[in-house]
Write a protein that binds this ligand. Structure first.
Ligand code: EPU
Length: 417
């Protein structure tokens, strides 16, 4: 039988834990390693299924990948294929990130539209328009997108939408292009800035890191690097929210507060006391009732869509009517049916979710529908009376390495069985 999480709720979470390295940042860093024939070693990489899938995709391209606990070494001395296997590409959205480096380094790449969570329509127009602007020819070849270009040329590119993976893909392609590329309306997510920092350490010339205008001056070659991935701000945010939901006091010892401004503002509005201890990290503590809040999930530095569902679980415990307006994905609210099973009073109206609190939650059997919807039901289980069983936890395994040990260390009664 597939594994499940069994949670006995009602215990306030208290204590301090460190979170693993960023899932998304690590995936972008693995793709960036395809741009050099030298060895790239990444540290602080989380032990999650998506990284193993991405490593397999690289191996299928002829690249050597070695994975040890927390460390991934990639040596793309030779790339023997520019077509990643379709079944692997369907396993995760980030697989499409091999397009940029393959196009930039090999002049061609062929890849079907990628898979990933069912959280809304996930087009690729920003990626493809970016490649075209750099001079690539893009054609549909059966199920694949085929991109070709003898040598990409830098260009000024306006993105219709600040797509995160779109920005990373075009930055990766532009790194080895002739001349300078400027992306206007680029994604400013910290993981995008992180991979640009890594590329600069490999010899790239990128400016505007973490802003909405990123410039890439093309270089002839990149060299290897030893690079440490940032702590995962979304896992840190999820555990801080778990502490707040249970009226606890949680410190994430390695959280980067400068990446969590939008969450900190909402935690304070909820009634939590938030501080950045001198020793580093971030602490959120709750004494007294939580108050309802209104928020919009938008691109960074706004409130992260990835914390929408976990925040909704917290808001079932806040006094009053809360509102979350989702502006990134058109199908982010599948978690609502699961929270309702536990007693949540939640209404969905188009992209808005209205949560009436405070509602006592009851443990029952619920599903992790996607990574973040899964985090929402775990948080609800930590609050609920009685036993909550979370099924389909393979989704959680894609984003939260060592979830059970971390929450147990904070005092949760949670078991994987
Ligand atoms: N969009 C376009 N055109 C495109 C690409 C995207 O219109 O070419 C639209 C999408 O339809 C969507 C919005 O842009 O409405 C956001 O998509 P974006 O491309 O920014 O998201 P992504 O790059 O596919 C990454 C993360 C997601 C995270 C989003 C937003 C990875 C592997 N995925 O996705 O993470 O939610 O950015 O921050 O990095 C997760 O970790 O659970 C997750 C889903």
């Amino acid at each position: 039988m597939a594994e499940q999480f069994v949670i006995h709720g009602g215990r306030p979470l208290r204590g301090a834990v460190a979170v693993p390295g960023s899932k998304n940042g690590s995936l972008y860093a693995v793709a960036a390693a395809l741009l050099t024939s030298d060895e790239v070693t990444l540290h602080n990489v989380p032990a999650i299924a998506d990284i193993a899938e991405m490593a397999d995709i690289c191996r299928a391209l002829g690249v050597e990948v070695e994975m040890r606990t927390g460390t991934v070494s990639i040596r793309a001395s030779e790339i023997t294929s520019t077509e990643p296997p379709a079944d692997k590409v369907l396993a995760l959205r980030a697989s499409f990130l091999v397009m940029g480096p393959l196009l930039g380094r090999m002049g061609e790449a062929k890849c079907p539209p990628p898979g990933g969570d069912v959280i809304g329509s996930r087009p690729l127009d920003v990626h493809l328009a970016g490649f075209r602007a750099l001079g690539a020819t893009i054609e549909r070849d059966g199920a694949n997108w085929a991109a070709t270009s003898p040598r990409l040329r830098g260009a000024r590119i306006f993105f219709d939408y600040p797509s995160v993976l779109g920005t990373v893909n075009v930055v990766l392609a532009a790194t080895l292009a002739e001349g300078t590329t400027t992306i206007v309306n680029a994604a400013a997510e910290p993981e995008v800035a992180m991979v640009c920092r890594m590329l600069n350490e490999m010899g790239a010339r990128i400016t505007g890191l973490g802003s909405s205008t990123v410039s890439i001056e093309g270089v002839e070659r990149l060299h290897g690097v030893d690079f440490e991935v940032d702590a995962d701000r979304l896992v840190a945010g999820t555990y801080l929210l778990a502490g707040v939901a249970t009226s606890g006091d949680v410190t994430i010892t390695n959280a980067l507060p400068q990446q969590l401004d939008s969450l900190i503002a909402k935690l304070e509005e909820l009634g939590a006391t938030v501080e950045a201890p001198a020793s580093g990290g971030l602490r959120a503590a709750v004494e007294g009732p939580l108050r309802a809040v209104h928020l919009q999930a938008v691109p960074y530095p706004g409130f992260a869509t990835d914390l929408h569902a976990p925040m909704a679980a917290v808001l079932t415990q806040a006094e009053g009517v809360s509102l979350i307006h989702e502006r990134v994905y058109d199908n982010r609210t599948l978690y609502v049916s699961e929270l309702r099973k536990m007693g949540g009073r939640i209404t969905v109206g188009g992209p808005s979710v209205i949560i009436e609190g405070r509602t006592p939650l009851q443990g029952t059997l619920v599903r992790a529908i996607d990574i973040r919807a899964g985090a929402a039901v775990v948080l609800a289980g930590l609050v609920a009376e009685g036993e909550t069983t979370v099924a389909d936890i393979h989704h959680l395994d894609r984003g939260y390495a060592e979830l059970c040990p971390a929450l147990s260390a904070l005092g949760a009664d949670i078991e994987r069985c």
